[in-house]
Design a protein around this ligand. Sequence first.
Ligand code: CA2
Length: 148
Amino acid sequence: MTRLVYVLNGPNLNLLGKRQPHIYGHETLADVEAAVRELAKELQLEVRFHQSNREYEIIDWIHEARETAGGIVINPAAFTHYSVAILDALNAFDAPVIEVHISNVHKREEFRHHSFVSARADGVIAGFGTQGYTLALRRIAFLMDQKK
Ligand code: CA2
């Protein structure tokens, strides 16, 4: 089993830490990536960390992960709430998937309460701030080790 994990981020998450800190906090996506990489070292995982505002790029990374990765951590951002295409791509990926949301989507507008991705995710983390990413990585490492 490969020790490679993809950490995928959807649209507008490149603005993290630069706008709406009352919802998403002060950390930037570069800070999140640094924290994920530090933990990955401890867990002896290799990480590919990506962000895109384009749905097809996220789908292409999921396809790539089918060949190479042992798990996916994904914050699909707004795609969460309407992308059947991302759900379909994840359904073709056989290893663990953890869905992360920085904010507690269930405390927000009604349209954020439904996630297409949750129908595939092995676990969902919401409302833990950017800490959700490292919690998700720990869970992926646990699930990967369990499968050995
Ligand atoms: O809470 C989350 O992580 C979300 O996935 C973030 C998405 C939102 O559409 C989901 O409902 C919940 C939005 C990401 C946009 O991120 C920004 C960060 C800073 C400034 C502006 C946007």
